[in-house]
Design a protein around this ligand. Sequence first.
Ligand SMILES: Cc1ncc(COP(=O)(O)O)c(C=O)c1O
Length: 437
Amino acid sequence: MTALTDPLFDPVRAGRPTLWTNPAYTPADDPEAAAALAQAVADWARIAPLLARLFPEVGEAGVIGSPLVDLAPLRGALGHAAGPLFLKADHALPVAGSVKARGGVFEVVMTAIAQARAAGLLAPGADVAALASAPARAFFAERSIAVGSTGNLGLSVGIAARALGYRAVVHMSADAKPWKVERLRALGVEVVQHEADYTSAVAAARAASQADPLSAFVDDEDSELLFRGYSAAAAELAGQLDALGLPIGPERPLLLYLPCGIGGAPGGVAQGARGMFGAHVHAFFAEPVQAPSALVQMAHGVGQPVSVYDLGLSNRTEADGMAVATMSALVAKRMEQRLAGVFTVGDDDLMRYLALAHDAAGLQLEPSATAGFAGAHFTARSPQGAAFRARHLPGALAARAVHVVWATGGSFVPAAQFTRFLDTGRALGSDFDLHRT
Ligand SMILES: Cc1ncc(COP(=O)(O)O)c(C=O)c1O
């Protein structure tokens, strides 16, 4: 355990952008992660015919996937030093417009399958596409799915639950953006708005759901299914890099920059990537300076929950998806040796990245989705990044590494709201605070 009074927390407490590298990090082959990834990929393949029936936008193949976008035009502005630089465009994921489509849709559909099986509605081995039928809908209509969310998980769970015919109840934290609330209500989702933060919203949602035997609760703080749903993204990424002639291996490592709130989405992707690439992938989480729940927890040591409030931070940020004060204990444990590090980014820089991504590459991202852009600067130009490279990317490896910025949401943001984000980002100019520290 590292006490919160340790000097390593000084820049974090001061709200300064920081890269913390994990002293317990152990790049290695990871058979446990590989087995979990294989299971996740098989599960997604099994539910694909049902997804195709429920969501026309995923096409006949029933795949919820996103493109890999070359970020070459942004290299200079981002302070990127060397190696290919890509953006994993999960902001454009079908169904929910954010990385949460990978977790939320997966958990809802897997829950529906389990319930239908238990009720004798679906025989073992039967085609799960039958769950899009009228009798199945009638069965789900008597049940509900509940979730606590800062917004995007609520959207993905709400959309998937309603598509199957469930009642859906989404408890939103005070940080949730009004457009997300409106969109859910338009789908017939019951939205309960809380004055309090995300942790309180989840606790309220859990208590309400547990009191109702016909309600299933998607527990963002502690869900194996969400984690598994996210993890399969690593296999998709491997296929895309192979197709580009950039297979990851001993001669070409991979650096991932993953925006983090409670930790499920980045943790699932990071673990899946370990299963896929073993010792040759290095995953970093990215957080707002006022809400670095993973940095605080991982640097303090896992096992005993700590919050950003314990460091006197506010948990206030424009990056609503990352406004989380205490990270998931489940994810913290899984990341103990698997996480390379965590860095933090100021809100002004998040808005600058948002404008840059739009103006230089035509991307529509929300503030939470942009934190990963800071990864290239931190790993190439900070003293902690230099120490990390010396230890884990010796010789020519650093120059050959592929960098992937995970863009986690934004394509569903209404035009008027996006224009406001864009105006803010443009007005701040292109002089990143991070590059001046
Ligand atoms: C756009 C976006 N990025 C990143 C995250 C972080 O994901 P997680 O909370 O699973 O760490 C969220 C969470 O809602 C999000 O909405």
